[in-house]
Design a protein around this ligand. Sequence first.
Ligand SMILES: C[S@@+](CC[C@H](N)C(=O)[O-])C[C@H]1O[C@@H](n2cnc3c(N)ncnc32)[C@H](O)[C@@H]1O
Length: 308
Amino acid sequence: MDFDFSNTPLLGIYTQLKNHLNTQERVSFKVVNPDNFSSTYNGTIVKVAKGEALYRGYKTWVDLAHTLGCKMLTPVVIDDDFILVKLQKLQVESFHSVDASKEEKYGVDSIFAHIHKNEEFAFLHAYTQALHNVNLPTRKRILNLGINSGDEFELIKKVSENFSTYELVGIDYCHSAIQHARQKFQNDKNITFYAHDINKLSSLELGRFDLLISIGTLQSTTLSFQKVLMDMVQNHLYKEGSIILGFPNCRWIDGEMIYGAKMRNYNFSEMSNLYKDVNFAKKYLQQKKFRVTITGKDYIFITATSIR
Ligand SMILES: C[S@@+](CC[C@H](N)C(=O)[O-])C[C@H]1O[C@@H](n2cnc3c(N)ncnc32)[C@H](O)[C@@H]1O
């Protein structure tokens, strides 16, 4: 059954779809074709051949789809005025490898290994902007904590004209991910990967770095976020160094990156932990005389540059 939502307020649409999806895997509904209008905000009453309809753009339908645990399929044009929007329920899957050790939770056999963050625009844009903000070409020694299979170095390589002049070090205790990273970058002699616990970083005697990057890692239950951050600033960064920290504000479900951090014990997105850690990092880094910016959307980025 297709719903006709040409004139239905958004709250009514949400309620009806939610009820429908309690028992169904797919839903389709008729709404005005947003391509026929420009400079129009959602909820505006617009003229169509047979009267009036409520205007809404595609972003609303994608937001609604994700909130309902769905993916939006390609809409079908019904006639000159209307389209059929189609949503399909996502299958909630376990994010980590079944029965994997803590080190292999993000290994090559996990669902995580199928994620390509650099192909998610919200991530790509925020990370590229962060690299730009720390003036990447001036940063020679770069350390990445929780590098996994090396996506974050891949982007640095793509945006750099002088890649071979950097000295990059990537740390992760996941052996299979590090092995994969080593294979991917086997021709880049300026990169070293260590399969090593971040808690025991000092035993590697790596010296100090110009740029520290850590994305989606420092909030891990295996690490004390505040302790690792303070240790990095005090013992592993040059006085003029910079830091890029990325905090996931999303979940990965059945092929989609869904906005909003998730905490255990909540069945909806809850961001207390995210705000707490971002706020701590910002205050601490400002105290240590860094200029700090907070950017991003599905990933929140703290970018800090020393002004000492
Ligand atoms: C969520 S993944 C993020 C990976 C990558 N930075 C990204 O955003 O795609 C977290 C990574 O941190 C690693 N990790 C977690 N705790 C660690 C620890 N104590 N020492 C070393 N690596 C750790 C995991 O193995 C995993 O590869």
